[in-house]
Design a protein around this ligand. Structure first.
Ligand code: FAD
Ligand code: NAD
Length: 465
């Protein structure tokens, strides 16, 4: 049996864990990281990166297909199109492999020791890891739990055969002709759009009264409209009851009790993610919990001294960039710095078509906090760059206090708005007022001008409207 002593042990090499380990290594902290799989976690291997790669491949194919149908406004004519999904999956796997190698290289550069295997707590300072070459005992002064999350399984639709998790869908090498998606949240709408663009007949079955229920209806409307244009059927207020594998039908029940059998050669179940708090012997530790999640304070400390938790195991929003920011902060705390969570906002981006970005408070949330608001809303239909790129749907919305014009929230829906999210985040993080955004020269012609115009509109004097 091999034994290691270290100052910091990180369990899980997803975006939370690997960023924590790299930063700790940079700061000279003697660090070990353990993962049972390839570095990068859910995000890099079966989540953010592979899904965005496939979304891009689907966009490219769809664009060319539109030209075949003679729908190019520029007069481009294409005579034939086909998609080799297997080749697209090979390309996506190549990107994942490059990033696996990149993360490994960065960990090595920061002098982090990488152990591959299943980690399990023995006690609050000791972890045993089952590696290919036997058991490894790791004793650490500080331990970071970064074990992430996994897809929620519905008891009546267990994963296997034609019932797929998002990870399984992202590895299909043959396009399903009829794909039914149970759950119209982030993953359901992002991947439903991609598969419809590649040629599948897609139905989304959502339990609540709208798709993407996290977002307000105004933001969701352009996405819902485009789903319709793509021929995607959306059933809201509906739940899947059972799948009959002999007839390949998914039985659905709606809120008003109506039943329907949907023909489906594959069913994607994407009804949320559950934190991995039942693995790694975490049950032995008796940590304070917040529902399914590990309870942490503003320094990501758990209820046990020397044990931290970061990323999806610590709650919503379960997003890679939140996990990374927590990881970086914990590494600095372990190295002796005084840090605590002081972020004003965490951007959320939904990579649908068009994309949705939200930061800070929505108009309704802001109403509950401030007595008066100024809200500026600027449509891309009045933005030259959007017009010249043939995609004018959507808008930018800025929500500010009426008394001092402090920006409380920014939302946008539109093509490519994911790339505007960093400017939005900077504005909120720096405590920008409407005048700061309005007074910043925004390059022309860019979609970002809609941000400046939304701020101007909130001040009552938009120029291009
Ligand atoms: P994870 O990435 O889940 O990593 C946890 C790691 O811990 C895993 O590698 C696992 O193998 C390891 N582990 C667990 N238990 C043990 C153990 N006992 N021993 C050893 N190792 C262990 N987020 C975004 O911000 N943007 C997106 O566009 C986005 N798209 C997504 C698309 C999909 C399809 C999915 C599923 C998720 C997406 N997410 C996205 C969410 C994002 O992937 C997660 O928020 C992020 O990966 C969480 O990081 P983490 O470090 O907390 O955990
Ligand atoms: P989600 O929470 O976004 O959506 C789940 C949806 O399923 C909800 O709309 C919910 O009402 C619905 N639902 C629940 N039970 C149902 C049932 N029995 N029948 C029909 N519908 C049902 O979850 P997700 O799409 O699985 O994604 C999981 C998490 O991964 C997200 O919350 C997010 O944190 C992360 N993610 C982020 C991105 C991104 O940042 N772009 C992309 C994908 C995933």
């Amino acid at each position: 049996m091999k034994e290691i002593d270290c100052k910091l042990l990180v369990i899980g090499a997803g975006p939370g864990g690997y960023v924590c380990a790299i930063r700790a290594g940079q700061l000279g902290v003697d660090t070990v990281i353990v993962d049972q799989g390839k570095p990068g976690g859910t995000c890099l291997n079966v989540g953010c990166i592979p899904s965005k790669a496939l979304i891009h491949a689907a966009d490219e194919f769809h664009r060319v297909k539109q030209m075949t149908a003679g729908r190019s406004p520029f007069g481009i004519k294409v005579t034939d199109t086909s998609l080799d999904l297997s080749a697209a999956i090979d390309w996506k796997d190549g990107i994942v492999a490059r990033l696996n190698g990149g993360v490994t290289g960065l960990l090595q550069k920061a002098r982090v020791k990488i152990v591959t295997g299943d980690a399990r707590f023995r006690d609050g300072k000791t972890v045993e890891v089952e590696t290919e070459t036997g058991q490894q005992i790791i004793r650490a002064e500080n331990i970071v739990i970064a074990t992430g999350s996994r897809s929620v399984e519905l008891p009546n639709l267990p994963f296997g055969n034609d019932i797929l998790s998002s990870a399984q869908l992202l590895s299909l090498r043959t396009l399903p002709s009829k794909l039914v998606i149970v759950g119209g949240g982030y993953i359901g709408v992002e991947l439903g759009t991609a598969f419809a663009k590649m040629g599948s007949e897609v139905t989304i079955v959502e339990a609540t009264s709208q798709i993407l229920p996290l977002y307000d209806l105004e933001l969701v409307k352009p996405v819902a409209k485009h789903l319709q244009e793509l021929g995607i059927r959306v059933m809201t207020g509906a739940k899947a009851e059972s799948f009959d594998s002999s007839t390949k039908t998914l039985n659905i029940k709606t809120e008003n009790g109506a039943a329907e059998a949907l023909s489906a050669d594959k069913v994607l179940v994407t009804v949320g993610r559950r934190p991995n708090t039942d693995s790694a012997g975490l049950g032995e530790l008796d940590l304070d919990m917040a529902g399914h999640f590990i309870r942490v304070d503003e320094r990501c400390r758990t209820s046990m001294r020397g044990i931290y938790a970061i990323g999806d195991v610590t709650g919503e929003p379960m997003l890679a960039h939140r996990a990374m920011a927590q990881g970086e902060m914990v590494a600095e705390i372990v190295s002796g710095a005084r840090r605590s969570w002081d972020k004003r906002c965490i951007p959320a981006v939904c990579f649908t078509d068009p994309e949705i970005v939200t930061l800070g408070l929505s108009p309704d949330e802001a109403k509950a906090q401030a007595s008066g608001l100024k809200i500026g809303h600027f449509p891309f239909s009045a933005n030259g760059r959007a017009m010249s790129m043939t995609d004018e749907s959507g808008f930018v919305r800025v929500v500010a206090r009426a008394d001092n014009h402090l920006v409380l929230g920014i939302q946008a829906v539109g093509s490519g708005v994911s790339e505007l999210s960093s400017g939005f985040a900077l504005a909120i993080e720096m405590g920008a007022r409407l005048e700061d955004i309005a007074g910043t020269v925004h390059a022309h012609p860019t979609r970002s001008e809609a941000f400046q115009e939304a701020a101007l509109k909130a001040l009552g004097h938009a120029i291009h409207m």
